[in-house]
Design a protein around this ligand. Structure first.
Ligand SMILES: [Zn+2]
Ligand SMILES: [Zn+2]
Length: 307
């Protein structure tokens, strides 16, 4: 069984609160583990969530504000301490190389050098990440910020009825999948397209910190799961725009326009208390009729099953 879920480690913008740790999100996808924006305290939140350094294959930093990266030193040193043997890639805005270097080497430790840097720049950067492609696109924030997206390639689903009709069975099925055509027992040529249909690949997008811009919509387009910052409510739309953040209503609008299936709101400003939380859901739902979740620390959010 494939495991595709987001493990929420922290959900607070700027500063941690009593109820919300600094950011941190581990997207688990068929054996890959994308750790997005490890803020302060991420290492301990991972312990609480039941995930470990061995689960991480990518560290993806959107930008170098502290709530998105102050957990990097702890995670990097834990990867070394736990003897993680597989390669771990690290993606971050290339313009923040100085900050990355400091965080990567924040204090003395026995480095195992499994971490390999993949700095991102330009209008889009894509990487082969095992069963998926990881793509980064620029956002709009006072410091350079990149959002990320994970895409599974389209596959094909075999149609047993059609195979039976054409007399394709046993090893011929594998041959048809490999080569695209086989000769059926009656001598006719059978093409793969006749006996299968396209199985759309799944995708997940991670968008923060940003005001509305083209990158937001490109990243969210058709995503099965959209993780997006909603730092403010609409009453604070003016400071949201000024500081380069989104409101819950804007997050809902993005999800609606992009045909998202599940929307996860997070990166909540410390100005709001738990009594304000229903308003985040209400604002997003006013724009978006799909599934909306407000993130809480240690929540697990499955990538929705295929439609
Ligand atoms: Zn932030
Ligand atoms: Zn920021």
């Amino acid at each position: 069984m494939s495991l595709r879920e987001l493990v929420v480690l922290g959900t607070s913008s700027a500063v941690p609160t009593r109820h919300r740790n600094h950011n941190g999100y581990l997207l688990r996808w068929d054996g890959q583990g994308f750790l997005f924006d490890p803020g302060e305290g991420t290492q301990r939140q991972m312990l609480h969530a039941g995930v470990g350094a061995h689960d991480i294959t990518w560290i993806c930093v959107t930008h170098f504000h502290g709530d998105h990266c102050l957990g990097v030193p702890g995670v990097v040193q834990r990867i070394a301490r736990d003897g993680v043997a597989h390669p771990v890639r690290a993606a971050y805005p290339a313009s923040g190389e100085t900050y990355w270097r400091r965080l990567r080497n924040a204090s003395v430790f026995a480095d195992t050098s499994v971490i390999a840097e993949r700095p991102v720049s330009g209008p889009a950067a894509s990487f082969d990440a095992g069963p998926v492609t990881l793509t980064a696109r620029p956002l709009s924030h006072p410091v350079e910020s990149y959002g990320y997206r994970v895409d599974e390639p389209d596959g094909r689903r075999m149609l047993p009825e059609r195979l039976r009709e054409r007399g394709v069975r046993g090893p011929l099925v594998g041959e048809l999948q490999r080569t695209g055509t086989v000769t059926a027992p009656d001598g006719s040529t059978v093409r793969l397209e006749e006996c299968s249909e396209i199985r759309r690949g799944q995708s997940a997008a991670f968008v923060m910190d940003t005001r509305l811009c083209d990158g937001v919509f490109a990243l969210a387009d058709g995503a099965d799961l959209l993780v997006i910052e909603s730092t403010f409510l609409s009453a604070e739309a003016e400071p949201a725009a000024r500081y380069g953040h989104l409101t819950a209503a804007q997050a809902g609008r993005v999800a609606a326009e992009c045909g998202v299936r599940r929307l996860l709101l997070t990166h909540v400003s410390e100005r709001y208390g738990t009594h304000d939380e229903p308003r985040f859901l209400d604002e997003a739902r006013a724009a978006f009729g799909g599934d909306v979740v407000l993130a809480h620390d240690l929540l697990r959010v499955p990538v929705p099953r295929r439609a």
